[in-house]
Design a protein around this ligand. Structure first.
Ligand code: PMP
Length: 458
């Protein structure tokens, strides 16, 4: 029995945490959600604000009705709230509301794209597919390498910035990895990018919910030019995200989606686009999503992002230190190299990641994620699988894929829940080991470095 030090209880801020799910041993228990890097449950305050706003919900911008004017004010004020949350400047930046981080990055890729020449984008091998694929067809893409621990190799970044001799348009990097939780030194990277006349985009999908962000004034060489994040990962899952960047960048060119809301004047054959951000928000916007995002930002800011980070760091350290002591657990990120948000990737040697994830859910009602987490190149590198060996998975989609199990914490998770996970992991390891039949057929599926030699020989 553990005596946990007093920690504030944030659980009452969230919807649905006490919901029961069936357990393998019989009966049911509150679901444990360790899949917060994928998406998060809503804050109560988010639901309240949506309910309160719903009766005045109305068309915005072009409506003259009383409710339309109020709705427009709420929507426009939200841009300021978003900017304040990340230390952006309203006289310089524009806040564009989008669906999510993926849409934000695609939008920026389109905005920066010059069809007449292939310009260089520097991304990294630790990115989510949403910060890899949008760049590939429009730019010449180069990838910053990783070090042995899976952190960014900043010397390689410097080398690549030098090699492209001022031709890099953008360095695009995750604020925190959704696979390892590693937090990149975004201000140091910004300073390097600016020294080579490049701009920087921070994919803050995993950073915004868990740590304070400061875009910093443009007079600082360490400022962040572009920022993207999703509300559904910050306890406001109502289909909204943001792209922030210098207004002047979005003044040029025509938008990738045109239609209602994007124009100032349309004649039979001509169009004058509206100013950003309106030009970039085609169609009727997601006003309730914006209300939800503001409520989440207010709740998180009320707690304080430094407090949020500390709370989750405590969970990270508590869980990782205990996992380190389990001999069958192989971890893919350490506590000593880079600062991390609360994400832990691991495998149990000899048990396929999918099996572990299924058993955690079936036996203990514990939700985790398994696979490659939409970051296949990064996971391959962490598992030390050469790219040429991935061909066999393309040729045979039925072949069980290499991957990992990931636990990712939210503000509401507790050390008691971590203990539940660890106990069940121990039980799974022992019971799967004892079933020799299972091991002989599934031992080959664990592409951990300890079983890699098996994989390479087959
Ligand atoms: N970047 C990172 C680092 C992510 O973790 C995710 C979501 N897993 C995304 C981008 C994409 O976010 P969304 O699905 O909200 O577009």
């Amino acid at each position: 029995m553990h005596i946990f030090p007093f920690r504030p209880n944030y659980r009452e801020l969230f919807v649905g945490l006490e919901n029961l799910v069936p357990q393998g041993k019989g009966g049911s228990a509150p679901a444990v959600n360790f899949d917060n890097a994928a998406t998060t449950p809503p804050f109560y305050k988010v639901m309240q604000e949506i309910n309160q706003f719903a009766p005045i919900y109305s068309s915005i911008h072009r409506g003259t009705g009383y409710k339309s004017v109020l709705s427009s004010q709420v929507y426009e004020r939200a841009r300021k709230t978003v900017l304040n949350f990340v230390g952006g400047l309203s006289d310089y930046n524009t806040v564009i509301f989008v669906k999510n981080t993926t849409e934000a990055i695609n939008k920026l890729a389109y905005r920066l794209w010059n069809p007449r020449k292939k310009e260089v984008i520097l991304t990294t091998w630790m990115e989510h597919h949403s910060n890899l694929l949008p760049w590939r067809d429009k730019f010449q893409v180069d990838y910053v390498e990783l070090d042995e621990q899976g952190s960014l190799n900043l010397e390689d970044l410097e080398r690549k910035l030098q090699r492209h001799q001022g031709a890099v348009k953008l360095v695009t990097v995750s604020g925190a990895s959704n696979v390892t939780g590693i937090m990149n030194p975004i201000h140091r990277i910004a300073e390097m990018a600016h020294r080579y006349q490049a701009k920087i985009l921070v994919d803050a999908a995993q950073l915004a919910p868990h740590a304070a962000i400061e875009m910093r004034p443009i007079s600082s060489p360490e400022h962040i030019d572009f920022l993207a994040f999703s509300a559904h990962k910050m306890y406001a899952p109502f289909g909204i995200g943001v792209l922030i960047g210098p207004r002047q960048v979005f003044e040029q060119g025509s938008p990738e989606h045109s239609g209602g809301g994007t124009v100032r004047l349309v004649t039979q054959d001509r169009v004058i686009w509206d100013d950003p951000p309106y030009k970039e928000e085609a169609g009727t916007p997601n006003i309730l999503g914006v209300v939800a995002l503001v409520a989440a930002i207010e709740t998180l800011s009320g707690i304080g992002m430094k407090t949020v980070f500390k709370q989750e760091e405590h969970l990270l350290q508590y869980a990782q230190r205990k996992l380190e002591k389990m001999v069958d657990v192989e971890l893919y990120a350490s506590l000593t190299t880079s600062p991390r948000i609360g994400v832990i990737p691991f495998n149990i040697v000899g048990i396929h990641h999918e099996r572990v994830a299924q058993l955690l859910s079936r036996e203990g009602g514990i939700a985790v994620r398994n696979g490659c987490f939409c970051a296949q190149p990064y996971v391959q590198k962490l598992l030390r699988i050469p790219d040429k060996d991935m061909g066999k998975f393309m040729d045979n989609p039925l072949l069980p894929r290499p991957g990992m199990v990931r636990i990712s914490f939210g503000l509401y998770n507790t050390c008691e829940e971590v203990d539940q996970l660890l106990t069940l992991l121990q039980e799974i390891t022992v019971s799967e080991r004892n079933k020799t039949k299972f091991l002989s057929s599934s031992g080959k599926l664990g592409y951990t470095s300890k079983t890699l030699s098996y994989y390479n020989n087959n």
